[in-house]
Design a protein around this ligand. Sequence first.
Ligand SMILES: NC(=O)c1ccc[n+]([C@@H]2O[C@H](COP(=O)([O-])OP(=O)(O)OC[C@H]3O[C@@H](n4cnc5c(N)ncnc54)[C@H](OP(=O)(O)O)[C@@H]3O)[C@@H](O)[C@H]2O)c1
Length: 298
Amino acid sequence: MYNIDMDKKVCIITGANSGIGFEAAVQIADEGFHVVLACRSRERGEAALKRILDESPQRSVELMIVDMSLMSSVRKFADSVTREHGVIDVLIHNAADFDISRKKPVYTEEGIESIWATNHIGPVLLTELLLNSLKRSEEGRIITVASKGLIMKPFMKVDLYDPEFRRRRFSVSNAYYQSKKAQIIYTYHLRRRLENSPVTCNCIRVTNVKIDISRYPDVSSLMKKMYALKSKKSITASAMAGTYTYAAVSSRMRGKSGLYIDENNNPVSSGRYTCDEGVQNDVMALTFSYIPEIGNMI
Ligand SMILES: NC(=O)c1ccc[n+]([C@@H]2O[C@H](COP(=O)([O-])OP(=O)(O)OC[C@H]3O[C@@H](n4cnc5c(N)ncnc54)[C@H](OP(=O)(O)O)[C@@H]3O)[C@@H](O)[C@H]2O)c1
């Protein structure tokens, strides 16, 4: 069922079975890349793979399974993907946990709050485990994903003492935006660390994008109405994926690192807090405390 062309550049996209990730997989495959759809559900991943290949059988795509909320799964995935592909050219951290109906924190079987694990700790671990394979590329590109909604949270900080809402009141939006701020911070931290390597790292500021609300059956009817209204001002997943594709393949992005890029492919500011080196050091010290095998190497 898979179509793998080993001569092509390799792009991994997490959460590529729906929304922006799916559209980016299509566009980047059409740019001549081999795309690894890194999905947590085999069923949904296979359905996406089938849609991509039914439309155009010559596309080079494959499905690999990873649950970004579980570090054991991330390690297993990193192991399989590096065994199969010695060189990785692009890594896109698109998958995210943002179940807007969640009222209480959910802790994974490994004991980490799910949004923090899926949207931040998992992507950091995966990047670090794939770094050597990205360095083997002529121009490895790491792409993280944040949100324009952060504009509404200018004073929000990563809570260094309680990032998992064990002692403070849970709010799904605070948990989500905290994880996205941490991803921006990781992008800047990596830019500094990778200064003398061919690998670049940039973050995409995703704007309001139409979502398939049927993916969230527990959302209240009021929330559904609000989403319908919001959708009128949203762009399509395919339009937003255009920026993923630009960051992944465009020659204009060659050598550019540490940028926060909007839906028009323009660099924008992420605010003073995320750019503060002291903050970056503190947030990364916290992050690496979850994955000491990486933290001890840096
Ligand atoms: N839509 C917007 O308005 C908006 C705004 C700002 C930022 N963003 C960001 O844009 C990115 C894509 O969002 P989207 O709108 O395309 O949403 P989406 O269609 O819901 O896509 C999210 C993807 O992430 C996957 N995922 C969730 N948890 C996972 C896990 N533990 N392991 C692996 N994959 C997991 C989902 O897989 P399943 O199908 O298995 O659930 C799905 O494929 C996200 O990073 C999001 O935060 C979106």
